[in-house]
Design a binder for this molecule. Structure first.
Ligand SMILES: NC(=O)C1=CN([C@@H]2O[C@H](COP(=O)(O)OP(=O)(O)OC[C@H]3O[C@@H](n4cnc5c(N)ncnc54)[C@H](OP(=O)(O)O)[C@@H]3O)[C@@H](O)[C@H]2O)C=CC1
Ligand SMILES: CC(=O)N[C@@H](CCC(=O)OP(=O)(O)O)C(=O)O
Length: 343
């Protein structure tokens, strides 16, 4: 297979390259860049200077001649415009942005404040939460990769919601992300001096991942789900930790809950259910794992579910490659058998 990565100087794009260059099914990877076309990879990224590669300009026809599969690692608003051209040329498209995640164009425009994609392509898009939409992904031409917070939140929440063990109106998600979640573009709010020694909540009530989580939670549980979601920026590079609180609808024990999560995920190699410790970002850093821990607070009658991922791996490029593996029919771990970085 031949792949092209568009937006390849961004954090998501360069992470796609890190994985794909070790993936046995890809013989060629074209790096497309709007800002670095004609320059060499090592002029921007010394850590991959052993790969003698040049950035190519963004040219739909040229890319379509060179690639069977296109990763769009570009900001929201780009894929809605350009994914259709690749789809019409018969290419498989994996979009890392939010442009095809929300079914309803009005909801997209309300939360992203940008024009929505053509409904023809929105209807065609398959949501790429690998463990829950495997059958749909197997035949998809347009895979809409989930957001980083939705990946961790949905993997942690869906088993309880689907089994109707929790009140779907009671879900509170307290989320924390490392700074690479905000992308590589220069901005004052992510300067070292602003984030170091700081813990900052942001976008309370209006984060763009709220409708995404509610849409998929509703679809998988067959009921309306309303979540309270508060993200925080923490002074680390990679990692997301979500802590979810939800009212239990019965007197379930921790043992029963653990059994439910093991039954759901033991056949999925990238989800690790933790029986005797709690998820932490360090344990998944650099890998495609999602670690999930579950507690039942008998005193308050609430479940407390935690999930940790690396936002650039399971939260972006790792899950994108996992979806490609599913789509191509190769083992889901191909190219992703990467141990977390420790310490
Ligand atoms: N960072 C994360 O943890 C996650 C990110 N995402 C999503 O993935 C996508 C990429 O994110 P990320 O890599 O972090 O973002 P970055 O800001 O790091 O990179 C985006 C890249 O897109 C290209 N680009 C920027 N502006 C434009 C434009 N106007 N037109 C065309 N290309 C442009 C640039 O690459 P070049 O100059 O090479 O063209 C840029 O480096 C985003 O949609 C993001 O929301 C999803 C999940 C997690
Ligand atoms: C730390 C940080 O700023 N994170 C980003 C997540 C980016 C992302 O995944 O957004 P998309 O839905 O557009 O893909 C944010 O909270 O907006």
């Amino acid at each position: 297979m031949k792949a092209a990565v568009i937006g390849s100087t961004g954090y998501g794009g360069i992470e796609c390259l890190r994985i794909l260059q070790g993936h046995p099914e890809f013989e060629e990877i074209s790096l497309v860049s709007s800002s670095q076309a004609g320059r060499s990879l090592n002029s921007s990224f010394p850590h991959v200077s052993h790969l003698a590669k040049m950035y190519l300009p963004f040219d739909v026809e040229q890319i379509s001649k060179q690639a069977d599969l296109v990763f769009l690692a570009t900001p929201p608003g780009f894929s809605s415009q350009y994914a259709p051209s690749f789809l019409e040329q018969g290419k498989i498209v994996i979009d890392l942005s939010g442009d095809f995640r929300l079914n309803d164009p009005d909801i997209y425009e309300q939360w992203y404040r940008k024009p929505a994609a053509d409904p023809k392509y929105l209807n065609q898009a398959v949501y790429g939460l690998s463990e829950w939409f495997e059958n749909e992904i197997k035949t998809a031409q347009l895979i809409s990769n989930p957001g980083c917070y939705p990946t961790a939140t949905l993997l942690a929440l869906l088993p309880l919601l689907k089994e109707k063990w929790i009140n779907p109106a009671s879900v509170i998600v307290d989320a924390k992300s490392g700074v690479t979640g905000a992308g590589r573009k220069a901005q004052q709010s992510t300067l070292y001096s602003e984030i170091n020694e700081n813990l900052r909540p942001y976008k309370i009530e209006h984060h763009q991942h709220i409708p995404e989580i509610e849409q998929i939670a509703g679809k998988c549980s067959g009921t309306d789900v309303t979540i309270q979601f508060t993200p925080h920026l923490v002074p680390m590079n990679r990692g997301i930790l979500v802590t979810i609180y939800a009212e239990s609808l019965n007197k379930y024990t921790r043992k029963e809950a653990l059994q439910l999560y093991h039954d759901t995920y033991d056949c999925h190699p990238f989800v690790r259910i933790l029986d005797s410790r709690l998820p932490e970002t360090k344990a998944v850093q650099g890998s495609n794992f999602c670690d999930i821990g579950i507690n039942v607070d008998g005193r308050t009658g609430r479940f407390v579910i935690l999930a940790a991922i690396d936002n650039l791996m399971k939260g972006a490029a790792g899950q994108a490659v996992q979806n490609v593996n599913i789509r191509m029919g190769c083992p889901v771990t191909t190219g992703l058998d990467i141990a977390p970085l420790y310490p």
